[in-house]
Ligand binder design. Structure first.
Ligand code: 5GP
Length: 139
C-alpha cells in the first residue's frame, strides 16, 4: 500500500467516500473541493493512485491533461469567472496535503483577495545557461 492508495482521494475513486463529481473519464475524475478557495474550486485526479505528477506514465499524464481541460471548461461555464489558476502541488514542501496527484482549478475574479507569495529571485545568465544545459541533457 502506498500513501496515495491509502489517501482520501483513493477512497473517493473507489466510491467509498462521496464527492460532488463534475466530470469523469475512463482515466480521471473531477470533483468539487470540499473547502473551496472560490466558488467552483475543482480537483482533477487520475484514477490510478499516484502521489506525484512525475510518477504518472506519459499516457496517464496526457489523459489527466485532457480531463483538466474539460473540467476547466465546465468550471468556467458554470461560474462565469473571467479567469482561473491551475495549481498542482508535489510534496509536502510544496504544500501538498493529500498525497495523491491532483490539479486544482481555482476560478478567479477581480479583487478576490487570492494570490501567491511570488518571491522572485535574481539569477545570473551564466547560472541560468548552466542549469538549462543540464536539463536539456535530461537533468
Ligand atoms: P493540496 O494541499 O494537497 O494540494 O490540496 C488538497 C485539497 O483537497 C484541499 O484543497 C482540500 O480542501 C481538499 N480535500 C481534502 N479532503 C477532501 C475530501 O474529502 N473531499 C474533497 N472534495 N476535497 C478534499
Amino acid at each position: 500500500m502506498s500513501a496515495a492508495s491509502e489517501s482520501i482521494f483513493a477512497k473517493i475513486v473507489a466510491g467509498q467516500i462521496p464527492c460532488h463529481r463534475v466530470f469523469e473519464s475512463a482515466a480521471a475524475l473531477a470533483f468539487l473541493d470540499i473547502n473551496p478557495l472560490a466558488e467552483g474550486h475543482t480537483l482533477v485526479i487520475p484514477k490510478r493512485a499516484v502521489e506525484r505528477f512525475d510518477e504518472l506514465t506519459a499516457d496517464e499524464a496526457a489523459d489527466l491533461g485532457r480531463a483538466v481541460r474539460e473540467a476547466a471548461t465546465r468550471v468556467m461555464r458554470a461560474t462565469g469567472a473571467p479567469g482561473y489558476n491551475l495549481l498542482q502541488n508535489n510534496g509536502s514542501v510544496a504544500g501538498q496535503e493529500v498525497p495523491y496527484v491532483h490539479f486544482h482549478i481555482i476560478p478567479r475574479r477581480p479583487a478576490d483577495g487570492l494570490g501567491f507569495r511570488w518571491l522572485a529571485q535574481k539569477s545570473s545568465p551564466d547560472a541560468l545557461a548552466a542549469l538549462a544545459k543540464r536539463m536539456m541533457n535530461g537533468g
